[in-house]
Design a protein around this ligand. Structure first.
Ligand code: N2P
Length: 352
């Protein structure tokens, strides 16, 4: 064989081996997260750094996530449930107990928030706090006059200004909807006593006259074009929209708000546990976590990242309300069987 032919054959062989190897080594990580809840550039960076593929899917409520996870033939490696749903997934036996020694950046987490997380994950072994926030109201200033929103509380949802206009939406989430009515009625979002639920139910019947749909995603576009004027919304999602449209604004209702923490969990039947650990660790890197938080506009429980945040982020009262306001907020807790009465009221309101 001539020398050139031999070199060509050798290069061809090396390329073929390389291609075969690459195809075999390139694992896929399946992630299921809330919509608008990650900086997409981080996904490609992770893929490149780990020579892998990430199949990234999104959901718009814990309930939808749970239904998909329970029924899907396609399983996921990592999910991002809220605290109460960490408990629900665990009760169903679906969660992997994490080996924290594999998550070197775990040390960056705020110990106060880890303590809060113990209400749904008693040993901090099933879930890694990812972001937290509050649920309030977003509106379009072009359609809702300032006198209507001045010192607004949750009862703006029943304001006669909106009568017959069909311009209000609430989230498609039983805990959030009943939670808002509970807070307005002077109860905690976790109060399932008959008096509390009765009061919340009555309030919701009034609000419902103005509510056109229970929806956790399309309201974001609808607020831009005037299809919706006022919507129950998550604070960070609202800030993302407000950054694009100066007509949009957010209200932290005066009575207080529901609060939640979303978390990364690994499923017991995850196909790629090692890669899943790498992803969790990657997201906990202070620089990565800072970039992500700035993009999604939610505070991170990563204290090392928070310490590097710009003053604009830290001083933003929608992201970081004063302690005085936080004292009026209630973390949505796991309720076990008692959640059924909340679901029943929600179904009743949706049907009528
Ligand atoms: C992300 C909203 C997540 C907040 N778009 C609800 N836990």
């Amino acid at each position: 064989m001539k020398r050139n032919t031999m070199i060509f054959a050798l290069i061809l062989l090396i390329t073929l081996i390389g291609l075969m190897g690459c195809g075999k080594d390139r694992q896929t990580l399946y992630i299921f997260n809330w919509s608008d809840y990650i900086d997409p550039t981080l996904i490609s960076e992770f893929e490149e750094a780990n020579n892998c593929k990430v199949k990234y899917s999104t959901f718009d409520s814990n309930e939808n996530m749970l239904t998909k996870v329970k029924s899907s033939i396609q399983s996921f490696d990592i999910l991002f449930p809220s605290g109460d749903h960490v408990s629900i997934l665990n009760e169903l036996g679906l969660l992997e107990e994490l080996d924290i020694t594999k998550i070197t950046n775990f040390k960056n987490l705020n110990t106060k928030l880890l303590a809060k997380a113990r209400s749904f994950d008693p040993e901090n072994k099933l879930s890694i706090p990812y972001a937290w926030g509050l649920t309030g109201l977003m509106y379009n200033k072009q359609f809702v006059p300032s006198e209507i929103v001045a010192s607004a509380g949750w009862n703006i949802l029943g304001d006669s200004f909106f009568d017959g206009k069909n311009k209000i939406t609430m989230l498609d989430d039983a805990r959030e909807v009943i939670g808002a009515a509970l807070i307005y009625s002077g109860y905690s979002v976790n109060d399932t006593s008959p008096e509390a639920l009765e009061a919340a139910h009555e309030v919701l019947k009034i609000w419902d006259r103005n509510i056109t749909q229970f929806d956790s995603d399309s309201y974001k576009n609808e607020l831009q074009d005037g299809t919706t004027w006022l919507a129950q919304a998550y604070n960070g999602d609202a800030l993302q929209q407000m950054a694009e449209n100066p007509d949009l604004a957010f209200i932290l209702p005066k009575e207080g708000a529901a609060m939640w923490m979303d978390n990364m969990v690994m499923l017991k039947n995850a196909q790629n546990k090692e890669l899943a650990y790498k992803f969790i660790d990657f997201m906990l890197d202070p620089e990565i976590s800072k970039r992500n938080s700035e993009y999604i506009m939610y505070p991170t429980p990563n204290i090392a990242a928070m310490q590097m945040m710009d003053a604009d982020f830290i001083n933003n009262k929608i992201i970081n309300p004063d302690d005085e306001y936080l004292d009026k907020c209630y973390m949505i807790d796991f309720l076990d069987e008692a959640v059924r009465s909340i679901d029943q009221i929600y179904e009743d309101i949706k049907m009528n």
